[in-house]
Design a protein around this ligand. Structure first.
Ligand code: PG9
Length: 415
C-alpha cells in the first residue's frame, strides 16, 4: 500500500501540469503572457528579505486591487500555471497578483518555523507570519504600479492558515480574506491528529517534507509498500533513532506532546482568533481528509463576535483543495450533476472578491453557502448551522454499509 506522501500538499501540482500540458498541446497563448512579471526581495521589519513575485496586467485601464498569496511550498511557476486553472476566474475579472515564499522557505531568507506561533505583542522586535504579511502588504501597496491600495488574500491549507494569521492584526489595506481549509487545531481535528489519534504516515512524511530541507523533500522509502515499511519501523522512537536524529522540530513535538497539552492548545485558532476586522470567507470540503475541522471551527469561533457581519462560510462536496481542481462534477464515482468547483470559483469566490475589493457587483448571497449532496443543490442560509426550519436527527450506522434514521433493533449497538 502506498501512502499519501507527495499527495499531502501538492494536490495542485497535478492539476497545473494537466492544464499546462493541454494548453501547450493546443499551442494556446498563456494568459500569463498578458502580465509584466517582477521578482523582488522585500525586507521585513527585522531585516530578513522574502522572495516575492508580482504580475501587473500589461494593459491596464484603471488601478486594480492586488490578490496576494503566501506559501511554504514554493511560488515559482504558480502564476504561470494558475492562470489556466485556479486563478482563471480572477484573471478574467482583472487583478494584480502577488506571491511570496514565506520565511525560511525556497528563495526567502530567515528561519522556517512550522506554524510559527503569533508573537508576543509586547516585544516590538518580534516577528510572525502576521507581521511578515503586514510588512509585505505595506510594501506592495506603496511600490507595485497601478494598484488601487486594496489587497485580497486567499490560500488553501497551510496557505489558508497564513491568511488567518494575517487577520490577527491586519494591514489596513487588507480588504478581503478567503481562507480555504485552514487547520484550526492540529490535535483535535486537523492534519496531524484526528480526535487525538496521531496520523503516523502523515506526520512522519510531512515533517520530513518541510523540515529536512528549505524546499519540498520526499522521504525516500526503500519499497513501494510503505504500509509494510511503517509496520517494520516498530516503535515510534525508531523514527528519530534511525532517520531524523533530532533534526526535525515538528517530529520532536509529536513525540514530546502526545496529549492535548498547552503546546497544541497554544497553536489552536480557538485561542488566537480576534474579532474580525476584514471580510473573511471560510471554505471547506465535506470530504477533506486533512482539514475539514479547521474552516468550520474558525467560522464558528469568529461568528460569536461577528457583529459587523464580516464572517462567511462555503462548504462543498470536495476533498482537500478540490475547489481549486478542474470542474468538480464528481468525487470518485459520485456525480454531483454540476461543476461544483467551477461554480464556487466563478459564482461565489470571484464575485465575493469583486464586491469587497472593487466595491462593485451584485454580491447578495447569504452568509453560509453549502452544497447539499443527494439533492445536488447549493443552499444558502443566514448562519451555519442554519437557525430556521431545522430539526436535529440522529443517523445510525446499519449493517451492509447502510445508514438509517431508524434506531437499530438488531444486534448492533443501542442508544
Ligand atoms: N494540510 C496541510 C498542512 C497545513 C498546515 C500545516 C501543516 C500541513 C497542507 O496541505 O498544507
Amino acid at each position: 500500500m502506498k501512502t499519501h506522501q507527495s499527495l499531502i500538499v501538492n494536490y495542485f501540482l497535478a492539476t497545473f501540469f494537466l492544464c499546462s500540458t493541454s494548453l501547450h498541446a493546443q499551442n494556446a497563448p498563456n494568459p500569463a503572457d498578458a502580465f509584466d512579471k517582477t521578482t523582488t526581495m522585500i525586507s521585513m521589519r527585522d531585516g530578513v528579505k522574502l522572495y516575492t513575485e508580482y504580475f501587473v496586467p500589461k494593459e491596464i485601464k484603471q488601478p486594480l486591487p492586488i490578490i496576494f498569496m503566501r506559501t511554504p511550498y514554493g511560488i515559482s511557476g504558480w502564476f504561470e500555471r494558475g492562470t489556466g486553472s485556479f486563478l482563471k476566474e480572477l484573471v478574467d475579472e482583472g487583478y494584480i497578483f502577488a506571491f511570496q515564499d514565506i520565511r525560511g522557505r525556497f528563495k526567502s531568507q530567515g528561519q522556517f518555523v512550522m506554524q510559527r506561533p503569533p508573537r508576543h505583542q509586547t516585544d516590538s522586535r518580534s516577528v510572525d507570519e502576521g507581521t511578515d504579511t503586514y510588512d509585505t502588504i505595506d510594501w506592495l501597496v506603496k511600490n507595485v504600479p497601478h494598484n488601487n491600495g486594496r489587497v485580497g488574500m486567499f490560500g488553501t491549507s497551510y496557505d489558508g492558515w497564513l491568511v488567518v494569521m494575517a487577520l490577527l492584526k491586519p494591514h489596513p489595506a487588507l480588504k478581503a480574506a478567503c481562507e480555504q481549509a485552514t487547520p484550526a487545531d492540529m490535535f483535535l481535528g486537523d492534519d496531524f491528529h484526528h480526535n487525538g489519534a496521531f496520523r503516523l504516515s502523515y506526520g512522519f512524511e510531512y515533517a520530513y517534507e518541510l523540515e529536512s530541507s528549505n524546499e519540498n523533500a520526499n522521504f525516500k522509502f526503500d519499497r513501494y509498500d510503505t504500509y509494510e515499511w511503517y509496520l517494520k519501523l516498530g516503535a515510534l522512537s525508531n523514527a528519530d533513532a534511525k532517520y531524523f536524529h533530532g533534526r526535525l522540530p515538528t517530529w520532536n513535538n509529536f513525540v514530546n506532546h502526545p496529549n492535548y497539552d498547552s503546546f497544541w492548545k497554544g497553536e489552536a485558532l480557538d485561542y488566537q482568533l480576534k474579532p474580525l476586522a476584514v471580510p473573511t470567507m471560510h471554505v471547506g470540503g465535506w470530504w477533506d481528509q486533512e482539514d475539514f475541522y479547521g474552516p468550520l471551527r474558525a467560522y464558528e469561533v469568529l461568528e460569536k463576535t461577528d457583529t459587523n457581519h464580516l464572517n462567511y462560510i462555503v462548504v462543498g462536496p470536495w476533498n482537500h483543495g478540490g475547489w481549486e481542481r478542474r470542474d468538480g462534477d464528481k468525487l470518485g464515482n459520485v456525480d454531483f450533476g454540476m461543476p461544483t468547483s467551477k461554480y464556487f470559483r466563478e459564482k461565489i469566490r470571484a464575485p465575493w472578491f469583486t464586491h469587497f475589493l472593487k466595491e462593485k457587483g451584485d454580491w447578495n448571497q447569504l452568509e453560509a453557502i453549502t452544497f447539499e449532496t443527494g439533492l445536488n443543490q447549493w443552499m444558502s442560509y443566514d448562519s451555519w448551522p442554519p437557525r430556521k426550519d431545522i430539526t436535529m436527527r440522529k443517523l445510525y450506522f446499519r449493517n451492509a454499509g447502510q445508514l438509517s434514521f431508524e434506531l437499530p433493533n438488531e444486534n448492533g449497538p443501542r442508544k
